[in-house]
Ligand binder design. Structure first.
Ligand code: ATP
Length: 416
C-alpha cells in the first residue's frame, strides 16, 4: 500500500538544501530515462524520527550505473560502478550517494552472500532487514517525496519496535541479529516479541557467517554511541558468547566504556580502546584465539597483545618507588590504546598514576643534545652514541639535568 504521507516538510527540515535539490534533479533525470527512483533505508527511518542522517541510499527501478553516470554529469561528480552488485557510488563536493538497482535476493544456503536479480521496488524492500528500514520515498517529480510503507514501518517506528519481515530472515542472514541489537539499543526500541523469539531460535545461525562479516559487525557495534548497551543485550541473548564464550557485557564493561569515552575526543569513537577493554578479562591464550579467529588487523592485534602483556606487569608498575626513567622504560613501546586500557582497568592507584605520568609527560621528554651535537663533541654514530643518548634521556627524566649545559657536562663526565 502506498500511504499518502508526504515527507517534504521533514526532508526540508533535516536535509541540507543541496541534497534536496540533488534528489529533485535525480528524480527528474531518472523519469526522463523512464526509470523510477526512490530514497530508501536508514535515511528514511531517520527522517521520520527527526534524526540527522546524510547517507543517502537511492534505489532505481532500472539501471543504477547509467543513472549514476548521468548524475555525475549534472553534479560534475565522480562515479564508481560495481557491476557485479549493480550498484554505483556518486561523489561530488562533500557529498557521497549510493545508487542501487532495485533487486531481489535469494540465499543458496544460510549465511551465504545472496544471488541478486533486478526487480521492483516492492521486492527490493522485502529483502531488507527490519520494517523500519524497509520504507522508501518516491523521488519522481509527479509523486515527489511520497512515502511507501508496505510492511508497517511507520507503525513500528511509532511503537518503538524492531521487527523482521519474514520468519526466515535471521536464518538467511544472521548478521541481522547483531543489526537488530544495534538498532534496538541505539533507538531505545524493543525487539517485537515474535522477532525476539526467532532471534533466540536462530542465534546458532551466527556460525554460518564468515569471520570477516562477523568482525565487521563487531566493529559496527563499537562505532555506536553507546556500544556497551548493545554488548549487554548481546550477552543476555547469548549472542556475545558466539564471538567468544568468555566475553562479558556487564557493569564493569559499561563503566570502563563510559570512562573511555570521557577520555576520548567526542566525535571519534575509541574503537580500539573499546576492543582492548572488551578483551581485557580474557586470558592471554583467549586473546590470541580472538586475534586468530577474527583475523584482527595489525593494529588491533598489537593492541590486544600489548594490553595483556602490560596487564601481567602491572604489579611491578605499582611500586611507588619507581624512578621516572624506570617508568619510561616500563611503558614505552606499548600502543596508546593498550596503555589507556590498562590505565582504565587497573585497580592500583600507583600503577594508574604511573601510566598517567607516562602518557602526559614522560613520553615527551627528550634530551636537548642531538646526535649531531654529540658528533661535534667527537662521538661517532653507533652503539656508544645510542647509549649516551639514552643516558641523557634518563638524566632528563629523573631531573638529574635540567639544562643543555648540564647535559654537556654529563657527556663530558661520561667520556672521561
Ligand atoms: P545505519 O544508521 O546503521 O548506517 P542504515 O539503515 O543506513 O543504518 P546500512 O548498513 O547502511 O544501514 O544499510 C542500508 C540499508 O540496507 C538498511 O537500512 C537496510 O534496509 C538494508 N540492509 C543493510 N544490511 C542488511 C542486511 N544484512 N539484510 C537486509 N537488509 C539490509
Amino acid at each position: 500500500m502506498v500511504q499518502a504521507i508526504n515527507l517534504s516538510g521533514k526532508i526540508e527540515k533535516h536535509l541540507p538544501a543541496e541534497l534536496v535539490e540533488f534528489m529533485q534533479e535525480a528524480g527528474l533525470v531518472a523519469a526522463s530515462q523512464g526509470q523510477s527512483l526512490y530514497l530508501v533505508g536508514g535515511v528514511v527511518r531517520d527522517l521520520l524520527l527527526g534524526r540527522t542522517n546524510l547517507d543517502l541510499d537511492l534505489v532505481v527501478e532500472g539501471d543504477a550505473a547509467s543513472l549514476a553516470g548521468r548524475l555525475a554529469e549534472t553534479t560534475r561528480g565522480k562515479t564508481t560502478i560495481h557491476r557485479r552488485f549493480q550498484t554505483a557510488n556518486l561523489k561530488w563536493s562533500r557529498w557521497s550517494v549510493d545508487v542501487a538497482t532495485a533487486r531481489s535476493e535469494s540465499y543458496a544456503r544460510p549465511g551465504a552472500l545472496p544471488a541478486v536479480k533486478p526487480a521492483s521496488i516492492e521486492t527490493d524492500l522485502f529483502r531488507r532487514d527490519f520494517t523500519i528500514n524497509a520504507m522508501a520515498v518516491e523521488l519522481a517529480p509527479d509523486r515527489w517525496v511520497r512515502l511507501i510503507d508496505l510492511y508497517g514501518g511507520i507503525n513500528d517506528l511509532e511503537r518503538g519496535l524492531i521487527r523482521i519481515l519474514h520468519e526466515k530472515s535471521f536464518t538467511d542472514d544472521a548478521t541481522r541479529i547483531w543489526r537488530a541489537l544495534r538498532y534496538e539499543q541505539r533507538l531505545d526500541f524493543k525487539l517485537e516479541p515474535e522477532t525476539l523469539r526467532l532471534l533466540k531460535r536462530d542465534v546458532r545461525m551466527l556460525d554460518t557467517i564468515s569471520v570477516d562479516r562477523l568482525r565487521n559487525e563487531l566493529e559496527l557495534v563499537l562505532r555506536e554511541k553507546l556500544p556497551e548497551k548493545v554488548l549487554r543485550r548481546a550477552e543476555e541473548l547469548g549472542v556475545l558468547a558466539k564471538l567468544h564464550s568468555s566475553l562479558k557485557g556487564d557493569g564493569w564493561l559499561s563503566k570502563k566504556f563510559g570512562e573511555a569515552r570521557e577520555a576520548s575526543s567526542p566525535d571519534l569513537p575509541p574503537v580500539e580502546l573499546y576492543l582492548a577493554l572488551l578483551a581485557y578479562r580474557l586470558s592471554d591464550e583467549e586473546s590470541e584465539k580472538l586475534i586468530f579467529r577474527f583475523r584482527l588487523g595489525k593494529s588491533y592485534a598489537q593492541t590486544l597483545r600489548d594490553s595483556y602483556h602490560l596487564k601481567a606487569r602491572l604489579g611491578s608498575l605499582a611500586d611507588p618507588s619507581l624512578a621516572p626513567s624506570r617508568i619510561y622504560q616500563f611503558l614505552h613501546g606499548y600502543s596508546q590504546s593498550a596503555l589507556n586500557a590498562n590505565y582504565l582497568a587497573s585497580d592500583s592507584p600507583t600503577a594508574k598514576q604511573h601510566i598517567h605520568l607516562f602518557l602526559t609527560r614522560l613520553r615527551y621528554v627528550k634530551p636537548s643534545l642531538t646526535g649531531n651535537d654529540l658528533q661535534k663533541m667527537g662521538i661517532l654514530p653507533g652503539p656508544k652514541m645510542k647509549e649516551i643518548l639514552q643516558r641523557l634521556q634518563e638524566a632528563r627524566l629523573d631531573g638529574e639535568v635540567t639544562t643543555k649545559q648540564g647535559e654537556v657536562e654529563l657527556v663530558r663526565g661520561l667520556l672521561h
